[in-house]
Design a protein around this ligand. Sequence first.
Ligand code: SF4
Ligand code: SF3
Length: 528
Amino acid sequence: MFCYQCEQTSQSTGCTAFGVCGKDPETAALQDLLIELCKQISVKALEARAAGKTTRDADLYVMEGLFTTVTNVNFDPKDIAGIISRGAQVLKDLGGEFELAGDMDGLISQGEKVGIESRMNTLGEDVTGLQELIIYGLKGTAAYADHAFVLEKEDDSVFAFFHEAMAFLLNPAPTVDELVALTLKVGEVNLTVMALLDSANTGTYGHPVPTPVRITPVKGKAILISGHDLKDLDLLLKQTEGKGINIYTHGEMLPCHGYPELKKYKHLVGNYGGAWQDQRAEFEAFPGSILMTTNCIQKPKENYKARIFTCGLVQWPGVQHIDNGDYTPVIEAALEADGFAETEEEKTILTGFGHNAVLGVAPQIIDAVKSGDLKHFFLVGGCDGAKPGRNYYTEFAEAVPDDCAILTLACGKFRFNKLDFGDIGGIPRLIDMGQCNDAYSAIQVAVALAGAFECDVNDLPLSMILSWYEQKAICILLSLLHLGIKDIKVGPTLPAFITPTVLQVLVDNFNIAPVTTVEEDMKQCLGA
Ligand code: SF4
Ligand code: SF3
């Protein structure tokens, strides 16, 4: 196997024997085969579209195929083999053909032939790296498109772009310039998709409002829900109402507490635990059942394997998967478990600062900036992860001067969101804008501030210090680059697929830089 799509890749170069995430070589090969099949489906879908035909099956297949291969989503080779054989049929329906091997070993060896290494030798590291940058961006965008899709929001131009980009990746001799242009186009389309998802989430559940969220347990039976899908939480809340079970959010579900149509449920009592990489210890200690939506699942320990469930595109071999929206097994497992024995003293953190809430207090923010009470904004956000070096983000947040505010989003915030940052004239110094896809909110706020100050976004007193782990962070970074945002600092390490040549292109055009030390980076941001 060879996989270097995420930040924790082995030796910072590539997982070759086994994935650091827990992905085995068989699953890796099948994922490569699935992506190859998606590319071929896209070629045929483009032809069909050009002939005026609709390509519904291919549109949804490619979106889900891309999302399925995001880091920490689907670890089940049997399930992926099933998806692949469905794909062969989708391709056939479009007049294409892909002769699939008849058994698992055969599929795995087919997958091994179409992996990244097969292109490295012919196209070289720079071109392959750029192709992968595009594919990883598309994977992230596909995940967001799928979240919007489950809330019945879609955009045909997005499906068309998936096909265009995937088909281009089969071009035998692409140039670096063509690939760079396509990379930025992924960022542009991702912005459309994040806007779509924002309208799906806020249209269905209302605009988030600032909300204190309890982070200590309440006595009683409990279910923990993790991931990004608001609809799954909504369904779970409806199905558990009046059953004497308390619902706790985990990881990227934390911001759900801010949505009026979700926070109205009294039994949505709080958030439990931190970011995804701490789940094995936290789930073991959680005295109830656990539902994993979207990413990021880790190999479950035996002592909670019977009380963890997956839904949507997430799968782990041997873990019960729920694909019909009926969470009865999760509820039964929660009722069988002990639940929390005691109610602990209430402690809370704040979430719910979507663009609507922040822009609602824009006049105060603008006054505070004009009077000099609020000197600088830092957007410190992105994915969390297990590798050492991520305490940089905690230390950075702590080092932010008292007259500056921190905007944050995604699961990286768990590094510092339980610290007390106080406020500036009533404006909290730590502003939790939501999940990773709520980067859209941050962009809206930045654009509105630039409008108010009649300047370019790059001239605002705003610095972006981002952390990445999986591919959704990649598509967000590409959206920021598409918007022409400069001087972004990225860490904890740079992607293995960004070669020195590609990095130079990014530095020359966007002055992007890896994080260094807190002192050095802070000095640069504040222009001191
Ligand atoms: Fe390795 Fe990340 Fe790929 Fe998993 S997703 S195999 S950890 S590079
Ligand atoms: Fe976190 Fe997986 Fe990326 Fe949605 S939950 S940000 S890592």
